[in-house]
Design a protein around this ligand. Structure first.
Ligand code: NCD
Ligand code: ZN
Length: 348
């Protein structure tokens, strides 16, 4: 068996990023833009992205910090609320401003307080989305106090996803950042209208890593890391080679002071090392043959977008991850700060 020490691949896309706005945005965008060609930009900023004007301003803010604007394409996502303006959404989709809509069940995660309080309130919107082929990206957790935080994803599949799918059989749905065996099984038994993204942290870690040897705020994100058997189910999903699983890092930067706090925020800033983490997992599972498809082909296929033209080269070379990244008068701590990574993108 030959051990790969470098390989060339089609430039990947990141189908789930949080850039924030202002100082954090200025600090973090290039960690994504220097590796990925396109990214779905999550709309959970304040105010949430619910109009074309707001999305255009946000996109401009991102492009203003990308050195060569041609080399990175931020794709904007529409934030669904109980009072979604369907005309605005369709207008923005037809103008190629919006590429998808995001469903945040209300209070399920950071800045989801404008999210949907009852899925039935947006059934008319979903019907229009199904008609036009607008993808629905879902934060699939049923966030109620009566539901244990570790069960929220499985409950979402049961209580919301199954009826939604029955009602809208041809709606394009992406279950984002899946974390459980239940979600993996659901996607595998679904058809071409259902896909999922998987983050590098949910593939590499489980809740023991976050909680068993001291509490680690930089491992805290939503959906929360689950038991080992769920981590293994996510890895199993990759080994099937199913083309409805693809890359979405859910890179979610916060200031150090907001993470290392008595009430720390959920979100992992993994952009600097995400691709390396994925490569590490695929290599360990001995499935590097599926790596390029997961990173660069399956997403465009599902979203009906062209495959990127450029290539990147990944090389096996040990590197130490930054301890911290300056962000004006604060710092952002990258995931696995100070630890070693095995793979790097040539030229970065
Ligand atoms: C995200 C954020 O910080 O905006 N947090 C997270 O833990 N992933 C929101 C989200 O994707 O749930
Ligand atoms: Zn996210």
């Amino acid at each position: 068996m030959t051990i790969k020490t470098s390989f060339k691949m089609i430039q990947p896309d990141d189908w789930h990023v949080h850039f924030r706005r202002g100082k954090i945005l200025k600090t973090v965008v290039h960690f994504t833009s220097k590796i990925f060609y396109r990214a779905f930009v999550m709309p959970n900023v304040i105010p949430p992205i619910t109009t074309v004007k707001n999305a255009e301003n946000y996109r401009k803010e991102i492009l203003d910090v990308v050195a060569n604007k041609k080399q990175f394409i931020p794709l904007m996502v529409f934030y669904l609320t109980d009072n979604t303006d369907v005309n605005e959404l369709v207008y923005g989709y037809k103008k190629n401003i919006f590429y998808a809509c995001k469903l945040y069940p209300i209070n399920s995660t950071i800045n989801s307080e404008y999210g949907v309080s009852d899925i039935k309130k947006i059934y008319h919107v979903l019907s229009v989305m199904e008609y036009f082929g607008i993808p629905l990206l879902i934060h699939g957790e049923l966030a109620k106090n009566c539901i244990d935080i570790f069960d929220r994803e499985a409950e979402f599949i049961k209580q919301i996803m199954l009826p939604l799918r029955n009602r809208f059989p041809m709606l394009k749905v992406v279950l984002e950042h899946i974390t459980t065996k239940e979600s993996v099984e659901y996607v595998l038994r679904s058809n071409q209208y259902t896909a999922a993204t998987i983050t590098p942290h949910h593939l590499m870690f489980n809740r023991n890593h976050m909680l068993s040897d001291g509490i680690k705020p930089h491992f805290y994100s939503f959906p929360i890391l689950k038991r080992k058997k769920h981590q293994e189910a996510l890895q199993y999903a990759l080994t099937t080679g199913c083309d409805r699983f693809f890359l979405g890092t859910d890179t979610a930067p916060h200031f150090q002071s907001d993470k290392e706090s008595c009430c720390g925020k959920a979100g992992i800033f993994n952009a600097p090392i995400a691709l390396s983490m994925y490569a590490t997992v695929f290599e360990k599972l001995n499935i590097l043959k599926y790596f390029e498809a997961f990173c660069s082909l399956n997403g465009p296929k599902f979203y009906n977008l062209p495959i990127n033209k450029d290539n990147i080269i990944l090389i096996k070379k040990s590197d130490t991850i930054y301890d911290s990244i300056d962000c004006y008068n604060n710092k952002i701590i990258p995931f696995l700060a100070g630890k070693k990574i095995k793979w790097s993108v040539l030229g970065n």
